[in-house]
Unconditional design. Structure first.
Length: 165
């Protein structure tokens, strides 16, 4: 490798790698633990919860698929498969959209509402137990600031959008 190529590549220090690895391990472990709790308590997965929560938080409990995808940061194909699974289980239904005859509303059903409410109670407890109780107010503020800066660097339009989950 030429000296020009070597110097053009930014280096990462051992301390930075250690911080990165710790972050990735913690994130994966937290996602797994939260997913296990959701499954045990409400019988739904993390992806189920993400979609149902987006619908629950909307005042009319319905959204267009593209809006759900935007709010939870998913690709259209992933959401489409997830919506089919949720619909098969009776947690959502699709309704014609009066605004666009080609489009459909995704609506949370009564069963979906019950599932998301059961999940929300334990999910909140799990977030507190596994995450928030471990942070001081200053650490939480620092984490928020760091996360916001990362989002602004990667996705400036999404960083300002507080409607994303």
């Amino acid at each position: 490798m030429s000296d020009a190529v070597k110097t053009a590549q930014p280096s990462v220090t051992e301390a930075e790698w250690e911080a990165w690895r710790a972050y990735v391990r913690a994130h994966r472990a937290l996602e797994r633990a939260l997913g296990d709790r959701l499954q045990a308590d409400a019988g739904i997965s993390n992806p189920d919860y993400s979609v149902l929560l987006a619908l629950w938080l909307e005042s009319e409990h319905r959204l267009r698929a593209n809006e759900i995808a935007r709010r939870i940061g998913w690709e259209k194909s992933r959401l489409s498969h997830q919506l089919s699974r949720l619909e098969d289980r009776g947690l959502i239904r699709r309704e014609d959209c009066e605004l666009d005859l080609r489009g459909k509303w995704i609506v949370i059903t009564h069963a979906g509402r019950r599932a998301v409410l059961r999940a929300m109670r334990d999910h909140t407890r799990a977030l507190r137990e596994y995450f928030f109780d471990l942070l001081t107010d200053d650490e939480r503020a620092t984490l928020t600031a760091i996360s916001q800066r990362v989002l602004e660097r990667i996705t400036p339009d999404e960083a300002a959008d507080r409607s994303m989950l």
